[in-house]
Write a protein that binds this ligand. Structure first.
Ligand code: FES
Length: 108
């Protein structure tokens, strides 16, 4: 397996309804976000250049769904399926983080 240029981690942590921390998975449907991301990487034949992995809690649960990109150490919050093309084009391929989706400084 080739070493990927970027590795995307999508939080799919789920907590029970009513849990005070909330979660990216339950209620915010980050599992569907992960599947959409995988589908788009597949459509663009980006395997080998880009890796994607489901992750447990990344920290700022109340801001989810959260997505982390390495090696850059960039955390995105409130990510939706509509944001995936911008994340791929601008950051994963263009090396320029998507400013409007960055997690607030106090969260990361
Ligand atoms: S549950 Fe996703 S960041 Fe905590």
């Amino acid at each position: 397996m080739a070493r990927p240029q970027k590795h995307v981690f999508v939080c799919v942590q789920s907590r029970p309804p009513g849990h005070p921390k909330g979660s990216c998975g339950a209620g915010r449907n980050s599992g569907a976000l992960l599947q959409s991301f995988i589908g788009e990487l597949d459509r663009r034949s980006l395997w080998g250049r880009i890796a994607i992995t489901s992750a447990g809690c990344l920290g700022p649960c109340d801001l989810g769904p959260n997505v982390l990109v390495y090696p850059d150490g960039i955390l995105y919050s409130g990510v939706t399926a509509e944001d995936i093309p911008a994340l791929i084009d601008e950051h994963l391929l263009g090396d320029k983080p998507v400013e409007r989706l960055l997690a607030p400084a106090e969260a990361w």
